[in-house]
Design a protein around this ligand. Structure first.
Ligand code: HEC
Ligand code: HEC
Ligand code: HEC
Ligand code: HEC
Ligand code: HEC
Length: 179
């Protein structure tokens, strides 16, 4: 009985260490392709970045166009997908489901992965203009079957890069005093 308990504790400790080292990986702000892909949330359709952005080599901007205000990026809806899937893989169940979304004008409720609290200001364009590439903040997306949060989006994470790149760290850069 004792040996059994000891064994169970060792196994539990092992999985705890594994879990915490995975957390450390996302907190140390260095996404890398060598890390084991963690499971992201299940999405309404089995969309794969590995296939579309990796194998097919589609540029990110094919699907992630700028929003009306220009600060955020759009996540595509079925009509954008149908530009190809009108003709591609139409017999596949997932594509039939996709076509159904488009036909009935139903919104695909993609589960959001990167989202800041509303009191934080962030603009993609400024960052991309300052040579930050997608990978620095989102990890090696074209190798991911399913996306997961690879950087923690904490205030420390933002401020560390601002300090390293000599960008401003004034509170009002990221927070508006009115709020
Ligand atoms: C063919 C369309 C398409 C292309 C090309 C594409 N994406 Fe996406 N992207 C999506 C869809 C659909 C979602 C929502 C489902 C998901 O999270 O996988 C998404 C979600 C994301 C998200 C998560 C957004 C959030 O907060 O929920 C990131 C980050 C992202 N894409 C980055 C990229 C990058 C970087 C590239 C280029 C290397 C890229 N995408 C290319 C369609 C695309
Ligand atoms: C530029 C063209 C293009 C766009 C845009 C595009 N796809 Fe695809 N997609 C493809 C190709 C090519 C394949 C591979 C088809 C095959 O293997 O027969 C594919 C395969 C798929 C598959 C796998 C089907 C299966 O079961 O094998 C799914 C699911 C899918 N796409 C969903 C989407 C979604 C959702 C979007 C929009 C966010 C999208 N695609 C946008 C070209 C595209
Ligand atoms: C400096 C870090 C950084 C870089 C570089 C970056 N992103 Fe993001 N991304 C973020 C943050 C932070 C969010 C959450 C924004 C929010 O909630 O307002 C986000 C959100 C997203 C979303 C969800 C929609 C949105 O705008 O909120 C998509 C899609 C996305 N990023 C794609 C990309 C693509 C494609 C690139 C490269 C062209 C890229 N990102 C470069 C940090 C970054
Ligand atoms: C990869 C490095 C990097 C990361 C990570 C980063 N930033 Fe930045 N950010 C920069 C640089 C460089 C500038 C300077 C741009 C300039 O000089 O105008 C900047 C400028 C800004 C600005 C002022 C310009 C504008 O777009 O209005 C805001 C606000 C900002 N960042 C918010 C954030 C927030 C919030 C986060 C975290 C969620 C973040 N940044 C993460 C590099 C980064
Ligand atoms: C480069 C961007 C950036 C700068 C500069 C910045 N913050 Fe933040 N701040 C953030 C982000 C991102 C969050 C949200 C973190 C999260 O959701 O975990 C945040 C969260 C906060 C919170 C809420 C804390 C919490 O635990 O929910 C407070 C309070 C705050 N910031 C105050 C400040 C003050 C005071 C300064 C100046 C000394 C400052 N911030 C500078 C990006 C920034």
């Amino acid at each position: 009985m004792r040996t059994f308990l000891l064994l169970a504790m060792v196994l539990l400790a092992g999985s705890w260490i594994q879990a915490t080292s995975q957390q450390a990986f996302s907190a140390d702000n260095s996404p890398s392709s060598s890390a084991a892909p963690l499971a992201g949330p299940e999405q309404p359709l089995p969309y794969s970045h590995k296939l579309h952005a990796g194998t097919l080599g589609l540029p990110c901007s094919t699907c992630h166009t700028k929003s009306a205000f220009g600060d955020s990026l759009r996540i595509p809806q079925a009509t954008a997908c149908m530009e190809c899937h009108q003709a591609v893989a139409t017999d596949k169940p997932a594509i039939r489901e996709l076509a159904e979304y488009a036909k009935s004008h139903t919104i695909i409720r993609w589960v959001r992965i990167y989202q800041l609290p509303s009191f934080v200001r962030f603009n993609h364009q400024t960052h991309v203009d300052h040579s930050a590439n997608c990978e620095e903040c989102h990890g090696p997306v074209p190798t991911r079957e399913r996306l997961f949060k690879e950087t923690d989006l904490s205030m420390k994470w933002c401020v560390d890069c601002h300090t390293a790149k000599k960008a401003t760290t004034d509170c009002t850069t990221c927070h508006s005093l009115q709020q």
